[in-house]
Structures are given as C-alpha cells and as structure tokens.
Design a protein around this ligand. Structure first.
Ligand code: NAD
Ligand code: MG
Length: 387
C-alpha cells in the first residue's frame, strides 16, 4: 500500500471503535486518524484524540462539548458536537470510514460518508435495517464502497463470487444462539440485563449483546445480508452454530460450500475491512481446530426465539416494516437494559409495533426518520404501559 490510509471512526469509544483503534495502533505508519466521534464518553474520546491526533473530535451530546474543548485545549485538534458535528466528521475527506455508531443514530452520518463516495467499513447494521434500499441506492449513485464488518457478512464478503452471483444458491448466516440457546422459553421471564449481556463467545456493546440473546441480532443480520448481497430473501438461511468458529457460508450451485473460519474476535473482520484489499496482522488467537475438536450446528428454534421470523416477515413486507422493527427493538432493548421491562417483553413490543403501524413505502431519509420517530413514540407508550 502506498502512503498512509486516513481513517475516520464514527463511534470510536464503542466496542468496535476501540478494536479498530487497537489495530491502528499496532500498525504505526500505516494509518492516520482524521476524525473520531463518540456519544457520551468524553473522557475516553479525549484520551483517544490525544493519542491519535485526529484533525477533528466530535461529541454527539452537546452538553459535553465544553469538557471536550477543555481536555483538548492546546492540542490543535478541532472539536464539534451534535448532529452537525457527526456529519462534519463523516464528510471530512478521509480515505476510509468506520461506521461503528450503534443504532439508527448512525444512519445520517453513515449516509453522509456514502454520499461523498467513501470506502466505508460497515459495522452499524441498523442503518441497513432501517434504510437499506436508500443506503444501497446512495452507494451505487455515489460510487461508494461498503465493506461489511459484521463478522457473518464479512465472512460472506470474503467467499462470495460477486462476478458470478448467479452461481450462488444460498448464503448461510451462522448464529451462536446467544446465552440462552438451551433455555426453556418460560425460564427467560426473569432474565436480568447482566445475564443477557454476558455473551458466551463475543465481547460486544450492550445493545448487540441483548440482540444476540433475543436472536433479534440474527433477524437484523438477515435484513443486512439481503441488502449487501444480490440474493432473494428466501435464499438467505440461518444456522445455529454455538462455537462461533464458522462465521458464515456460501453455497454454490455445484454443491460447493465455502466458508470463512476464525476465532471469535472482531479484530479479524475489522482488520480485513481496514486494510482491504490487502491483509494486515491481527493479534487474534489462532484457530486451533484440533483443540476445539468438534463443531456443532442446529436449526434455530423459532418458537423460543420469535425474533428471526419477525425480521423475515418485515423484510418480505418491505417498505417501512424493517424500519419499524428496528426502532421498536431499539426502544425495547433500552427499556430492558434500564430494568423497565422484562426480557420477553422486548419481542412483544416489536411484534405489537409491527402489527399497530401500517408499513408504507419509503422514498428518502426524511421519511425513514419520520417512521423511526413515530415508532419510538408509540413503543415508548407501550413500555410505559408495561412498567
Ligand atoms: P457500543 O455500544 O460499544 O458503541 C457504540 C458507539 O456508538 C459508541 O462510540 C457510542 O459513543 C456511539 N453512539 C451511541 N449512540 C450514539 C448516538 N446517539 N449518536 C452518536 N454516537 C452514538 O456498540 P458496538 O458493540 O461497538 O456496536 C457498534 C455497531 O456495530 C452496532 O451497530 C453493532 O450492531 C455493530 N456490531 C458490533 C459488533 C461487536 O462485536 N461489538 C459485532 C458486529 C456488529
Ligand atoms: Mg454479527
């Protein structure tokens, strides 16, 4: 690779953001950081900025801007805040952008990066769930490049023959099954946030950890895969694989099945996207199949975990249905983490919102934002009624 790749990290203080920085710091001279953004954690953002020396550091919550300014005084690093600050970071002319904000909050900045034709490492799956058609249309219109960072989609990206998509029969997304894979549904009533975020294989942010526990994560990933890969929804299958070693598979017409394997460590897919089309060293535990000995696979249990079927139905319905699914899920997961509703209420809120709000076609970002807002208001009402 010639020259240094300049990198913007949207969501630098999160789990994916911190892993991205870890890789950047292990490859001195290869990357330089243009901008970093965070939501609340101003102390960590300032510390990252002092180490990595970006041109711009942005705190989404404007109440923390004064503290950010004070912490970065004399460094020459510009500071900004709020929605406009996030857009400023996304549109700065860096070579590569990591979209690692969690939730629909990442949509506008990710879309802004896409609209300047950037190479985007996409971790923020919710933006494809709530506005997949709009984001993918912008990718085509502006010549942007999306590199999937979600481990399953990164796996498929590595083994999918994009030159001959007609030779692909199906793609198979693997799912760990989360921490409650073997639990009876009735025993999930009293699950605490602490239990739900304790994922057996992956260390991740709170929201995606809860999504893994309800298996909504796999539902979101089904919709994400539909937008990323040229395949009908019924050709995207889900397979439970508790060890999280086979990260996903592509089945070809001749019966060949190609998979990407590795230890469950996000630094592998992040490194792949960060250096793409080259490869760099990642400090992950090497896969020792002999030590693992056995790998297991099973069909997902759609009765105990209704979220996957809900997501599939929303994908087939199309229009704003996935936007409603995503917004309701974000509200419900936040309410669960705040101990306001129970674990099983999460999918209940999502199902009720999908039933209550009629799906409609979505033409642009403004319509997505309107549906997202309306769903959040109604889901909030339902949460209040449940508490
Ligand atoms: P996280 O909660 O650890 O971090 C989220 C980041 O987004 C933080 O930097 C936070 O400051 C920022 N943020 C949160 N709300 C914001 C807002 N309203 N405005 C601006 N910034 C905001 O989340 P994570 O686990 O790193 O996940 C990030 C994204 O990557 C999610 O979409 C998740 O689904 C996806 N993903 C994560 C993993 C993983 O291993 N953590 C794996 C696959 C995909
Ligand atoms: Mg994933």
């Amino acid at each position: 690779m010639r020259g240094m790749r300049s990198v913007t990290i949207l969501g630098s203080t999160g789990s994916v953001g911190r892993s991205t920085i870890d890789l950047i710091e292990r490859h001195p001279g290869r990357f330089r950081v243009s901008a970093l953004t965070a939501n609340e954690n101003v102390a960590l953002l300032a510390e990252q900025a002092r180490r990595l020396r970006p041109r711009l550091a942005v705190i989404a919550n404007e109440a923390h801007l004064d503290q950010l300014r004070a912490e970065l005084a004399g460094t020459g690093i510009e500071t900004a805040a709020g929605r406009s600050g996030l857009l400023e970071a996304a549109t700065l002319d860096s070579d590569w952008v990591m979209a690692a904000i969690v939730g629909a909050a990442g949509l506008a900045p990710t879309l802004a990066a896409v609209r300047r034709g950037a190479v985007v490492g996409l971790a923020n799956k919710e933006c494809l769930v709530c506005a997949g058609a709009i984001v993918m249309e912008a990718v085509r219109a502006h010549g942007a490049t999306l590199l999937p960072v979600d481990s399953e989609h990164n796996a498929i990206f590595q083994v999918f023959d994009f030159d001959r998509p007609e030779t692909v029969e199906s793609i198979i997304l693997t799912a760990s099954g989360g921490p409650f894979r073997t639990r009876e549904r009735h025993s999930l009533v009293d699950i605490t946030p602490e239990e739900a975020v304790r994922h057996p294989n992956w260390s991740m942010g709170a929201k995606i950890s809860v999504d893994s526990a309800t298996m909504m994560n796999k539902g979101l990933e089904l919709i994400e895969a539909f937008h990323l890969f040229p395949l009908e929804a019924d050709r995207i299958r889900i397979l439970v694989h508790p060890e999280s070693v086979v990260h996903s598979l592509v089945e070809y017409r001749d019966g060949s099945v190609l998979a990407q394997l590795g230890s469950p460590d996000m630094r592998t897919p992040i490194a792949y996207a960060l250096a793409w089309p080259e490869r760099i060293d990642a400090p992950v535990k090497r896969l020792d199949l002999a030590a693992i000995g056995r790998l297991h696979f099973e069909e997902p249990d759609t009765e105990r975990f209704p979220a996957i079927a809900m997501a599939r139905a929303a994908l087939v319905e199309g229009g704003s249905a996935p936007t409603i699914l995503n917004a309701a899920n974000e509200v419900a997961v936040a309410a669960f983490l705040a101990r306001r509703i129970g674990f099983l209420d999460i999918t209940r809120v999502v199902a009720d919102m999908l039933a209550a709000i009629p799906a409609r076609p979505l033409a642009d970002l403004e319509e997505v934002i309107a549906v997202d807002r309306e769903t959040r208001e109604r889901a909030d009402e339902m949460v209040r009624a449940l508490t």
